[in-house]
Design a protein around this ligand. Sequence first.
Ligand code: FAD
Length: 434
Amino acid sequence: QQRVTVIGAGLAGSEAAWQLAKRGIQVDLYEMRPVRKTPAHHTDQFAELVCSNSLRANGLQNAVGVLKEEMRTLDSLILKAADTASVPAGGALAVDRHDFAGFVTDTLKNHPNVTVHNEEITAIPDGIVIMATGPLTSPDLSASLKAFTGEDYLYFYDAAAPILDGETIDRDKVYLKSRYDKGEAAYLNCPMTEEEFDLFYDELVKAEVVPLKEFEKEIYFEGCMPFEVLAQRGKKTLLFGPMKPVGLEDPKTGKRPHAVVQLRQDNSAGTLFNLVGFQTHLKWGEQKRILQLIPGLENAEIVRYGVMHRNTFINSPSLLKPTYQARTRDTLFFAGQMTGVEGYVESAASGLLAGINAAKLIAGEDLVVLPRETMLGSMAHYITTTDGKHFQPMNANFGLVPSLEDAPQKMKKQERYERYANRALETIQQYKEI
Ligand code: FAD
């Protein structure tokens, strides 16, 4: 029988190895730690949580809570470990990180179908392979990846602007227009008076930022300035930069606002929008506070906060199929943060699907693409169909799932989310035995 090589025993690789092993497939699991270290991991355990010990919300009114429930339905090792090692954390699922990683490591090391190799892989191997080496993929393997993807399709850091749920933008205050009316009207514009801009500016320059880690400082030198750093150079830097109002006169009044924040559609369904030029590493609470000062965004829901950090990831819209296979090589799967999903749970979730699909490939069965009504399916859909030119990694969120067909125009957010959750969990039940 064919074996599968899984590279990286992090959140994604561990889950993928488990899904294969439990289906009777022999797995060679390669993990370079402790032989080679990353700048963020501290132990030699599998599925080490490099930062927070929280796997975020557990409740079903939250997209990542629904994702977890879907993963439990599909017998996820990472969720089993998390539920076993959980510590009290209100509505969140937080874990004792040593117990959590210990559970994953012991389960895989003791599994008769898993052979563990503590070795660094430096080139993409032949055979059936799952690449799951994460945001801190080692340099030699990154070079081999770059040769596979092409120079322009592999990124080493993530400098992302916040992304908003389109249904929470106040459409009475914003208007659709492209600068100088060039091409199709493609942007939502939030106009600001001088007074509104001054208040926004004063709050922005005092806002708190997340300090960059030592190994992340190079990001600034790559020429991608956060907007709060631009703001420190003076009001004009913003007014002549990302908030430039020229060519964006308000169609209702014909007047040019003092400043404009532009929102760009982020997914093909038009349910998500990102803030153009607003890459940021403000603290999350601060992002929320500052964005609410923008007309039209007073009640906007941020589905993915802006970040700036080291992150090796590929341009999945150009390179991957929703089965997590490379478009140009069916035997090569990608999983985890490197596919452009963002977060511990999301990384494990993509590993789960990549593992199931690698098993299906060996069995000669049809590979699985889950419906977009599920969080698992909606994430795979997003990373493989979104606009590749502006690709940013993404958390699980309800902006990714199709809208409710029969919902009234103004439905309470909580009710909408509850219906999304019920629909996802009913759908995933049909895939319990895949
Ligand atoms: P990892 O869990 O990093 O696993 C990849 C594994 O591959 C590692 O064990 C690594 O040693 C190994 N490896 C790398 N190169 C090779 C090679 N050439 N050969 C063999 N093995 C190799 N997400 C959150 O949800 N919450 C957080 O608090 C959070 N904090 C983060 C902090 C930092 C500093 C970083 C970088 C990321 C953070 N993330 C966080 C994002 C992300 O969810 C995690 O990085 C997550 O661990 C990604 O899972 P993964 O399986 O893709 O990669």
